[in-house]
Design a protein around this ligand. Structure first.
Ligand SMILES: *Cc1c(COP(=O)(O)O)cnc(C)c1O
Length: 362
């Protein structure tokens, strides 16, 4: 194989090489069945065992929170933006949203269409480069839930701690930082994440929810959009994205081998630390975008003196085998997405390159 790229893509993103190799070995024939996992019935014993195993592994990695169920759904986190309000907002209620940037805004807009939306706090005054102080978050009196985006993939901000909402369900879009650190799941009513950043390939979306919230859903909304449909049918109401679920199961095994969430968190903090130190130690040549207390350990955003220099930087990285360092088109600048599967070696190579590039410009 040619050299593996230093992959800093924001999503779909790097997967562990060991997982890809395992999938390759099992690709044509799965568990002596005479066929691949993509060719077999999702109602058969082999697929179902993979499906159930992935759910168990995920809960296990999260510390086996009591009374929670894992669902596998489709349509990406974007479909969850609509399902959350459709399922939870009753007449006279609203969803309360913490506005932290691009993804929170998309979720908020769907709630506006599907029930009613309220702003519980915003960091717009800081151009979304910080997470609002937890004590400034004020859900509406008629809120059905409080929605947060635990990591803003585009701006590069992340909650260091989560708000305590008492009996009001806390709902989180964790698409870009799920399983990147230890969390207390019992604080959340529902967590959702598209798989393609930290969990596997695109095609499956994971929902981790309190059973009492998803056991019954309004019968006025389409069947496939009810959490209860997926809950009652063990996420097998319709054909699941079976290969994606299989891949998630393999990624979860890999996370276990990294020492679970505490092991992964240590590695992630080391990688992010190395990158932020390089940025902060560059004497202003590189400038971190997010405010200090809100910096993401998954998406490191930074800028340089001019857009021209940034372009030159991106071009030079591409020539050296680095991929995905251009910032999102909506905000510009630079971004290194360093999800779980991005090896320390890639981050080290990037920081070495950054120092070298700075010298050549000096
Ligand atoms: C990538 C991303 C999404 C969108 O996910 P899709 O699977 O494309 O719908 C939503 N929220 C966050 C935080 C993301 O990073």
């Amino acid at each position: 194989m040619s050299k593996r790229a230093y992959n800093f893509n924001a999503g779909p993103a790097a997967l562990p090489l060991a997982v890809l190799e395992r999938a390759q070995a099992e690709f044509v024939e799965f568990r002596e069945s005479g066929m691949s996992i993509m060719e077999m019935s999702h109602r058969g014993a082999i697929y179902e065992s993979v499906h159930n195993e992935a759910q168990e592994r995920l809960l296990n990695l999260l510390g086996n929170p009591q009374g929670y169920k894992v669902l596998f759904v489709q349509g990406g986190a974007t479909t969850q933006f609509a399902m959350v309000p459709l399922n939870f907002i009753s007449a006279g209620q609203v969803g309360s949203y913490v506005m932290t940037g691009s993804w929170a805004d998309k979720a908020f807009k769907e709630a506006k269409l599907a029930g009613g939306a309220h702003v519980a706090a915003t960091s717009e005054d800081k151009k979304f480069l910080a997470i609002p102080a937890l004590d400034s978050i004020k859900p509406a009196d008629n809120a059905a839930y409080l929605h947060i985006t635990s990591n803003e993939t585009i701006e590069g901000t992340q909650y260091a701690e989560f708000p305590d909402t008492g009996s009001l369900p806390l709902i989180a879009d964790m698409s870009s930082d799920i399983l990147s650190r230890s969390i207390d799941v019992s604080k959340f009513g529902l967590i959702y994440a598209g798989a393609q950043k930290n969990l596997g390939p695109s095609g499956v979306t994971v929902v981790i929810a309190k059973e009492e919230l998803i056991a019954e859903s309004p019968s006025t909304i389409p069947t496939i959009l009810r959490y209860s449909t997926h809950y009652k049918n063990n996420s097998l109401y319709n054909t699941p994205p079976s290969f994606s679920v299989y891949m998630v199961n393999e990624v979860l095994k890999w996370v276990e081998e990294q020492g679970g969430l505490s092991g992964i968190e240590t590695k992630n903090r080391d990688k992010a630390g190395l990158l932020y130190e390089t940025i902060d130690g560059s004497g202003g040549f590189y400038r971190g975008v997010a405010e200090a207390g809100s910096r993401s350990i998954m998406n490191v955003t930074f800028r340089m003196e001019s857009e021209e220099l940034e372009k030159k930087f991106v071009k030079a990285t591409e020539q050296e085998g680095f991929v995905g360092l251009k910032g999102h088109r909506s905000v510009g600048g630079l971004r290194a997405s360093i999800y779980n599967a991005v090896p320390h070696e890639s981050v080290k190579a990037l920081t070495d390159f950054m120092k070298h590039f700075q010298q050549t410009q000096g």
